[in-house]
Structures are given as C-alpha cells and as structure tokens.
Design a protein around this ligand. Structure first.
Ligand code: ADE
Ligand code: ZN
Length: 339
C-alpha cells in the first residue's frame, strides 16, 4: 500500500470549505444557462484560463462573479449536493461548511433561499451518504459591520440550522477587531465564532481574532509563524488552525508547497488540519490537499494519521463522536502496511 491509499482510506473531517468555492466550471456554465445569467466565459477552458491568481483579491473578484449564477433554492441545493458526493469519494465523513449570505442578499437573493437549498442538501446527504455537517455563516469583512448585523439578525431566525459564525473575504486592511461588536452579539446568541486570519494579514490579525472575536478556531493562520510567542499561545490554548495548502499556493501566499508552514505547525504541537478552502478554484478537494502537502513536506504515515485525527479534534462534534472517529482512524491505519 502506498501513502496515498492511506490518505484516501482514513476517515476525515473537512473544516474549512466555502460552499460557493465548490462551484465547478461545468456547473457554473450550466446554471448560467438555466438562469439566463451572462458570464465572461463561454467554455470550461476559458474559465480555467481565467483562474490565474496573484493574490486573494484576484480570486475573490472571480469568486463573487461566479456565484452570480446561483439564483434559485435548487441551485444552492445542487451545488451543495455535488460537493458532498465528491467528498464521499475521498473519505470525508463530517464537513463544517462556510457560506457567504451577503454575497447573495446583495444581489437580491433572500437569506432563506440560500439557507433552504444548502441545508436541504445537507439533510439529504446525511440520510443517503451518512455525512454529518455543520454550517458556519461568514461575514464579509470588506463590508461594514452594520451589514454583518443584518445577516446575524437573519441567522437568529434559523439557529437550529447554523452552528457558527466566521469572517472571510479581503483580509489586508480589514482587521478582525472591526467586527468585535457583531461577534460579541453572535456569541451571546449562541453561535460558535471562528475567523480567517493570517492568510495574507499579519500575525497581529490572528491575535485580534483570539482576543477581540474570541474565536475557537483560526482559519489559515499561516502568518502566525512570524510571532513565536503566538505559536506558543496557540499550542498552549490548543486553538486549531484550519490550513489549506493548495489555496495558499494558488493565491501566492507561499512561493512553493515545500515552504508551507504545516510541518512547522505539527512540530510545534498545534492542532493543525488540512482542508480545501475553494476546491473548484484551487484545483483540489481535501484528499488532493493531503496528498500534495504529504509529498511536498515528506510527511510520514504517522503525520497523516495525526492530521486525520486533528480534523475531528478540531471539529465541533460531540466528544464521544470525536473518540469514535479516532478509534476508526486507528482501526483503518492498523490495516495498512506501507510499502
Ligand atoms: N472566501 C472564500 N475563500 C476565501 C479565502 N481563501 N479567504 C478569504 N475569504 C474567502
Ligand atoms: Zn477560506
């Protein structure tokens, strides 16, 4: 058996995934036709050629444009169901999924249309495929905090469907502290807080996410490594980092995968996880990310097992389910003799 088969076979959780970032070019073109939306591309090849990014903002411009084809509840359903079918093939048994309601309500699509389609697909997938999930609603940080409050008000009407709140979009110039009030209210309302920080922004943004937003996980966190004290703190407080190697490579956050900080995170004892972020834009779903980073950093089977276990440790599932996932990982790993 080779290490790629181990990666495929291990049960895994995905914790950093934007559902709008799973919109494959074929589906984007099909939905554009179905909904009469015009796009700047005529073919899958043209879309793929356009997906060359120099930074996060380059990607976000195409990402917000791409989601303009999502209009009806069934579009959100189809998008979500297609992602779940893909990850089932990759051994993912639990997914904690971001969605960006402001990317849709700003275009006149109702919050309920978005949430209705996504949550119906999640329910079907749990029934049909046994994949469990939690939804995390993100606030777009390039928009004012008052608009985040509008989203929070909508979310409060659907607490049974939304587990947490996150912070995403353009990072530089939009520090987490700008969203302290809306996160305080979200926490008061029972939503679990997470935030993107240290993807492009400095280590100080990671500290703000911890101190001002009181996040329970940091999404990315790459630039935390510029501050050794902060790494010690993340280790001491066991705050997980949800890292996304192929995303960082494609958005030029790192010059090559060999220079990705994931191995340093493992060595520092952090609860680091591997995720896909926006797989249709960055060329790989979760197992593809595991395989690419394994090769680039020469990760050993024990590291892969640790990463798979971390994905459940860092998740928001109940402790007893974390334990049974860890036991299942040990069982699967025990059957592997690597060649
Ligand atoms: N929205 C979707 N993907 C994102 C990313 N990688 N960083 C920030 N915001 C995002
Ligand atoms: Zn992300």
């Amino acid at each position: 058996m080779n290490i790629d088969s181990l990666i495929d076979a291990l049960p895994k959780a995905e914790l950093h995934l934007h559902i709008e970032g799973t919109l494959e070019p074929e589906m984007m073109l099909a939905l554009a036709r179905r909904n009469g939306v015009s796009l700047p591309y005529k073919s899958v090849e043209e879309v793929n050629t356009a997906y060359e990014f120099d930074c996060l903002q380059d990607f976000l411009d195409l990402y917000y444009n791409g989601m303009s084809v999502l209009i009806e509840e069934r579009d959100f359903y189809d998008l979500t169901y297609a992602y779940l079918e893909k990850i089932q093939q990759q051994g993912v048994i639990h997914a904690e999924i971001f969605f960006d309601p402001q990317g849709h309500t700003s275009r006149g699509i109702s919050f309920e249309t978005v949430l209705g389609g996504i949550s119906a697909a999640l329910e079907t997938a749990e029934r049909e495929m046994g994949i469990t999930s939690k939804l995390i609603m993100c606030f777009l940080r390039h928009l004012p905090e008052e608009e985040a409050f509008d989203s929070l008000e909508c979310a409060c009407k659907h607490k049974s469907l939304i587990h947490g709140v996150g912070l995403d979009s353009s990072e530089k110039g939009y520090p987490p502290g700008l969203f302290s009030k809306v996160f305080a209210e979200a926490r008061k309302q029972g939503f679990i807080p997470v935030a993107h920080a240290g993807e492009e922004g400095p280590a100080e943004y990671v500290e703000q996410a911890l101190d001002d937003l009181k996040v329970q996980r940091v999404d990315h966190g790459n630039r935390a490594f510029e501050n050794p004290q902060l790494i010690k703190r993340l280790a001491r407080e066991k705050t997980p980092l949800t890292m996304c190697p192929l995303s960082n490579l494609r958005l030029k956050g790192i010059p090559s995968l060999e220079l990705h900080p994931l191995k340093k995170a493992l060595q520092a004892g952090l609860v680091v996880t591997v995720n896909s972020d926006d797989p249709s834009y960055f060329g790989g779903y979760v197992s593809d990310n595991y395989k690419a980073i394994q090769q680039a950093l020469d990760l050993q089977p024990q590291d892969i097992i640790t990463l798979a276990k971390n994905s459940f440790t860092a998740s928001f599932i109940e402790d007893k389910h974390k334990q049974s996932a860890h036991d299942e990982i040990d069982k699967v790993a025990g059957k592997f003799t690597l060649t």
